[in-house]
Design a protein around this ligand. Structure first.
Ligand SMILES: [Zn+2]
Length: 304
């Protein structure tokens, strides 16, 4: 580690290799996403990382965000949830473990240290009543509702995945002490997130084929809204599919843009936890590394 990087914060990363043990042929949400990212983060020498295995989230915590019928369907159903969201043996536990990663990261953040959950499946499309868009349980929303239970007074979520975080919005809409801001491409899956929704939902749609500066500007606007809310805890739904080589959308972000997003998160100077959402390019590991380095005070040279 060189002297210029001596102020880098140590990051706690939640990961369990069991989250890479299920797959569906041809599905973009595949085990290599996390396997290659873990390999990359383990090899790099710029960011000190403490690795922890998450616990499964409790049924009580999951039911704060989801209907009982959906919770039970995760263990009883053996058919696909929708055309994007396959049934997998053990998906109930996989989803509970991913939510446990978010919960673990949230608790570390409450103690004043940055933490990231590097788990799959992602969560931000999961609705109260059903799985959707590769997502089974809404890990971020579950973590936010638990944070409130543990005494957080104001919690803000910012979601920079290229797809609108419709599930998180549905769960957190109208929730006292919470705000949600999403920056995403529109038109794009899932088709929602076109406007703000009173009292606590702020959507920043960006047209397809926008230049990175446009995505950055929308992100900065969302962060300004978040800062005005003055939260004592921030959750980041970190999706990396606005990258120029991502196969699922039409944005043009570069690795340096993800480093910049990280620096903006750091500049909030508040307790922050992050959760991996989407990101389907082969460069995902580098994008995650760039974001984490920016967030923890590392230079934009570390991930090259
Ligand atoms: Zn996405």
């Amino acid at each position: 580690m060189n002297i210029l990087e001596s102020k880098i914060q140590t990051l706690t990363v939640f990961f369990d290799p069991r989250c890479s043990t299920y797959s569906h042929p041809g599905h973009p949400e595949r085990p290599e996403r996390v396997i290659l990212t873990v390999e990359r983060l383990s090899r790099q020498q710029h960011l000190p990382i403490i690795w922890l295995q998450p616990d499964l989230v409790s049924k009580t915590a999951a039911l704060k965000a989801h209907h009982q019928s959906h919770y039970e369907a995760l263990s009883s159903t053996t058919s696909d949830f929708d055309e994007d969201t396959p049934y997998y043996p053990g998906i109930h536990d996989h989803a509970l473990r991913a939510a446990g990663g978010a919960l673990g990261a949230m608790k570390v953040a409450l103690s004043g240290k940055p933490a990231f959950s590097l788990m799959r499946p992602p969560g931000h499309h999961a609705l109260p009543e059903r799985a959707m868009g590769f997502c089974y349980l809404n890990s971020m929303a579950i973590a936010v509702l638990e944070a409130l239970r543990l005494g957080a007074k104001k919690v803000a979520v910012i979601d920079f995945d290229v797809h609108h975080g419709n599930g998180t919005e549905a769960i957190l809409h109208g929730c006292p002490g919470v705000m949600f801001a999403s920056v995403h491409q529109s038109p794009c899956y899932p088709g929602s997130g076109l406007a703000h929704r009173s009292p606590n939902i702020f959507n920043y749609p960006v047209p397809p084929e926008s230049m990175p500066a446009v995505y950055r500007e929308a992100f900065a606007e969302a962060l300004a809204r978040l800062t005005a809310f003055d939260p004592d805890l921030v959750g980041v739904s970190a999706g990396f599919d606005a990258y120029r080589l991502d196969p699922l959308a039409q944005q043009h972000l570069e690795k340096d843009d993800y480093h910049w997003i990280g620096t903006q998160i750091k500049a909030l100077s508040r307790p922050v936890f992050g959760v991996l959402e989407g990101g389907y390019s082969e460069d995902l590991g580098q994008l995650v590394e760039a974001f984490l380095l920016g967030w923890c005070g590392g230079s934009n040279q570390g991930y090259r």
